[in-house]
Ligand binder design. Structure first.
Ligand SMILES: CC(C)=CCC/C(C)=C/CC/C(C)=C/CC/C(C)=C/[C@@H]1[C@@H](COP(=O)(O)OP(=O)(O)O)[C@]1(C)CC/C=C(\C)CC/C=C(\C)CCC=C(C)C
Ligand SMILES: [Mn+2]
Length: 417
């Protein structure tokens, strides 16, 4: 089946609701080692890398603040510092783009999305339907936002879901790095106002209206590339980068749409940093919940050095036996994930009033998965930790109550300097 959209005939396969096919085209990626540079780590998550997780026996790399050195003395920026550089750039870009907002209420008048308004509305409605189908609670949360914001978030959600589906969906075994290159080319096209199908058309419209940058989208595709070629993570530093790619990026894509409260005294970069932390916390939680399922696919996302330090090996993970060593190891992993949630909390209040509720709801619900892992006595091999419907419903008014808290006028750790 095909639909005429934005002046061209676009494929739409009803048996494939996300409309993913391999009809994509070619592109490239990102950095590696740098020589030692004195850089001040700010908003550092390094404390999470070092707290109780210090370099163990036989480790090749040592965490030194924002730098990582190998035994030969070569020094690389830590993942945290590399990602923080992206945060700074994104925060600067959003400020820049908002300054140039035109009377037409678009931030990028150079993007002219072809097609009629009716087609565009239809595309956004479809994004909403997909979002409701795949993530009901989250969809309900978006209904509180202004219509323009809610449909922009749906369009971003659908692009993320489709990207994840490439490597995790039913056709995942056919996905090659070049298919991801073609998906990236398609992304560039939609950012240039040349969407490939109706769902891309909705996102093209979103990026013309909101100061959303292409970098986090590219980085998410990079995360999917990593997933194709890598099934072990040597250290938390490596895992952190993966979590940024596949989940921290979602925070960076969403904040320009959700907006920062006009009363907020917080710096833009601190809010972006909190959004990044929420993505990282969610992904760490995903990883801890899915240990058994991932092991069944030969994958272990847990940092190898920390497993070794706890006296555990890949074989223990594959054997799936809950021992005291495993419980202790998991306690530390859960503690770290909670620290990222705590950091994210600091930023939610700074968001625009109508955006706070869905973010609080998603934060509270996701964080409860960690409680459920504990309630399962750390058996994440044979039991899937999930939050019951009743607990989900109970969390919603709590989230609503928190969303009423206004940004603080008093100097805080997030205040602009
Ligand atoms: C200041 C502040 C705190 C602002 C909030 C910023 C914000 C909205 C952050 C959102 C964080 C978030 C929801 C991240 C998603 C993390 C996640 C679960 C990523 C998953 C990756 C791959 O995981 P995996 O394959 O291991 O897991 P599955 O078994 O497949 O689940 C993802 C699946 C990547 C794709 C992500 C999505 C489909 C979610 C996209 C969500 C949005 C665009 C909306 C976010 C908005 C709200 C209100 C939560
Ligand atoms: Mn997935």
């Amino acid at each position: 089946m095909a639909v005429a959209f934005l002046g061209v005939v676009l494929p739409l396969d009803t048996s494939n609701p996300l409309g993913i096919n391999d009809n994509l085209r070619p592109v490239g990626s990102m950095c590696g080692f740098r020589r030692l540079e004195q850089r001040k780590p700010r908003w550092v998550h390094a404390k999470y890398a070092s707290m109780d997780f210090k370099a163990g026996n036989g480790r090749k790399f040592e965490v030194v603040s924002s730098l990582i050195a190998n035994p030969a003395g070569e020094v690389a920026l830590s993942s945290e510092q590399r990602v923080y550089d992206v945060v700074l750039k994104q925060a600067a870009l959003v400020k820049e783009q908002l300054k140039s907002k035109t009377a037409l209420d678009v931030v990028r008048p150079d993007i002219a999305v072809p097609g009629t308004l009716e087609m565009l509305n239809e595309a956004y409605d479809r994004c909403g339907e997909i979002c409701a189908e795949y993530a009901k609670t989250f969809y309900l949360g978006t209904l509180l936002m202004t219509p323009e914001r809610q449909r922009a978030i749906w369009a971003i959600y659908v692009w993320c879901r489709r990207t994840d589906e490439l490597v995790d969906g039913p056709n995942a075994s056919h996905i090659t790095p070049s298919a991801l290159d073609r998906w990236e080319k398609r992304l560039e096209d939609l950012f240039d106002g040349r969407p490939y199908d109706m769902l891309d058309g909705a996102l093209a419209d979103t990026v013309s209206r909101f100061p959303v940058d292409i970098q986090p989208f590219r980085d998410m595709i990079e995360g999917m590339r990593l997933d194709l070629r890598k099934s072990r993570y040597q250290s938390f530093d490596e895992l952190y980068l993966y979590c940024y790619y596949v989940a921290g990026t979602v925070g960076l894509m969403s904040v320009p749409v959700m907006g920062i409260d006009p009363e907020s005294q917080a710096s833009t970069e601190s809010v972006y940093n909190a959004a990044l932390a929420l993505g990282i916390a969610n992904q760490l939680t995903n990883i801890l919940r899915d240990v058994g399922e991932d092991a069944g696919r030969g994958r272990i996302y847990l940092p190898q050095d920390e497993l070794a330090q706890a006296g555990l090996s890949d074989d223990d993970v594959f054997a799936g036996k809950v021992t005291d060593r495993w419980r202790n190891f998991m306690k530390n992993q859960i503690k770290r994930a909670r620290m990222f949630f705590d950091q994210a909390e600091e930023g939610v209040t700074e968001l625009n009033q109508a955006s706070r509720w869905p973010v609080w709801a998603s934060l509270l619900l996701y964080r409860q998965i960690l409680d459920e892992i504990e309630a399962n006595d750390y058996d994440n091999f044979t039991k899937r930790a999930y939050v019951s419907k009743v607990k989900k419903i109970l969390a919603l008014p709590v989230a609503y109550g928190r969303s009423l808290i206004r940004p603080s006028r008093i100097h805080s750790s997030l205040t602009k300097v």
